[in-house]
Write a protein that binds this ligand. Structure first.
Ligand code: NAD
Length: 244
């Protein structure tokens, strides 16, 4: 029997990279998975998988989150798992980052997870059970990345802990993951040269970049009842990079 048998899971940004890895693993473990994404073409592709339902959602929209949470609850009867994974990154140097850049990054990467919890946690609270996993980044924990991306992920770190205390008494757990560099379309599209990536691998104790499965496996643990006494926790998944 799968670890998520009978559970209903939402994965935002579920149509690509880390999110896609989680959708596939959760489905394989018996969950019904809603892959929520802004990319309609990719959602269509995700919907072809057994027990996976692609739904369009812009995580930066409070209104869309409200309608989406209601729709999922009505269609599937319950929501057991929410992974706030959708996000964007940027390569702009700090000298070029303006208020528009800042606000867009914060809207998607920080308000997105906040709004997800705002609309889904009360549904979980009514059930007296639920697990939320927020995807931050190792940049929220180390002194690298003087930019809006790190700031947005720092916000995710803060609201994850706060949500754990806010919703814990109602049976809802909230934990956060902090990936290092993971091989996904997000990082493949970076202009970072192969040389830079090789350098990073050399600087990583476990001597490789991460894979979506590395994050999905940890998300599965936190989503499943195997972690039923864990809330407010943080797991760094970066091959030891930030431990140095
Ligand atoms: P990705 O670009 O492959 O996938 C991100 C997904 O989010 C895409 O499907 C995209 O369409 C979706 N998305 C973007 N904006 C959205 C919006 N407004 N509403 C709904 N969906 C939206 O990226 P990834 O590498 O798989 O990253 C997933 C998460 O992991 C992100 O939050 C990212 O910041 C985080 N992360 C990634 C790395 C890495 O190295 N890849 C490292 C640390 C953290």
């Amino acid at each position: 029997m799968g670890k998520l048998e009978g559970k209903v899971a939402i994965v935002t940004g579920g149509a690509s990279g880390i999110g896609e890895g989680m959708v596939d693993l959760f489905q394989a473990e018996g969950a019904i998975v809603i892959a929520a994404d802004i990319n309609e073409v990719a959602i269509q592709r995700a919907s072809e998988k057994k027990n996976v339902y692609g739904l369009k959602l812009n995580v930066a929209s409070d209104e869309e989150w409200a309608a989406f949470a209601k729709e999922v609850k009505e269609k599937f009867g319950r929501i057991d798992i929410l992974v706030n994974n959708a996000g964007i990154s940027s390569e702009k140097p700090y000298s070029e980052i303006g208020m528009d850049d800042w606000q867009k990054m914060m809207a998607i990467n920080s308000f997105g997870p906040f709004a997800g919890m705002k609309h889904v946690a009360p549904i979980m609270a009514e059930q007296r059970s639920g697990s939320i996993v927020n995807i931050s980044s190792y940049t929220a924990q180390i002194g690298q990345g003087f930019n809006h991306y790190s700031a947005s992920k720092g916000a995710v770190r803060a609201i994850s802990k706060a949500a754990a205390t806010t919703f814990g008494r109602q049976g809802v757990r909230v934990n956060a993951l902090f990936p290092g560099i993971i091989e996904t379309p997000m990082t493949q599209n970076l202009s970072a040269s192969k040389e830079l990536l090789d350098q990073l691998v050399r600087a990583t104790p476990l001597q490789r970049l991460g894979k979506p499965a590395d994050i999905a496996n940890a998300a599965l643990f936190l989503a499943s009842d195997d972690s039923s006494y864990i809330t407010g926790a943080e797991i760094v998944i970066d091959g030891g990079f930030s431990a140095q």
